[in-house]
Design a protein around this ligand. Structure first.
Ligand SMILES: [Fe+2]
Length: 208
């Protein structure tokens, strides 16, 4: 390949990962209407924007993870970082929920949760508190810090992926995630997600 040719993207553009379930599969907690806009417009918008921003640049050849790592913390690259990180965060968010989720975590995860938080309820409370207290747009995360589980929150497109923390699951608290169904009641959205949709199996896979 001629690396000096900047007129043709060197790699296929980034694509929108398939939603792991039907748009109405999370009802009644999250409506098909919300998912339709959130996945079909917002998430897709980040993919379309990134493909435009990186066409013909040094980033055109890189994986999403490499683009995120290469642009994190660089103000002049913020548009590329923001769109790339939002693509990754959203793909991770969809997998962090499942129809008929919530309930008891699998035993191996429950053990880790109890060792780090005392109980599953205490872990859920900490996640809810991070999600509700994030000022403005952002994300609440369950992460692995060494061998300990922790809850952290990030603003806007920021992601633990650029730190030593290993993301296990996330909750999107941008208004576009809940406003059509819950308006300003972010706490109700968060507690319904934790009780009825959260995908503990996905968190366990990521922790292993
Ligand atoms: Fe979102």
């Amino acid at each position: 390949m001629n690396t000096t040719d900047t007129t043709v993207p060197a790699a296929p553009p980034h694509v929108l990962a398939p939603l792991p379930y039907a748009e109405n599969a999370l009802e009644p907690v999250i409506s098909a209407n919300t998912i339709g806009f959130h996945y079909g417009k917002h998430h897709k918008g980040y993919v379309d924007n990134l493909d435009k921003l990186i066409a013909g640049t040094e980033y055109a050849d890189l994986s999403l993870e490499k683009i995120i790592a290469a642009t994190a913390g660089r103000a002049e690259k913020a548009p590329i970082f923001n769109n790339a990180a939002q693509i990754w965060n959203h793909t991770f968010y969809w997998k962090s929920m499942r129809p008929k989720g919530g309930g008891e975590p699998p035993a191996a995860l429950k053990q880790k949760i109890e060792a780090s938080f005392g109980s599953v309820d205490a872990c859920k409370k900490e996640l809810a508190s991070a999600a509700v207290s994030q000022f403005g747009s952002g994300w609440a995360w369950l992460v692995l810090d060494g061998d300990k589980l922790k809850v952290v929150k990030t603003a806007n497109a920021d992601t633990p992926l650029t730190t030593v923390l290993k993301p296990l699951l996330t909750i999107d608290v941008w208004e576009h995630a809940y406003y059509l169904d819950y308006q300003n009641r972010r706490a109700d959205y968060v507690s319904a997600v934790l009780d009825k949709l959260i995908n503990w199996e996905f968190a366990l896979q990521n922790a292993s």
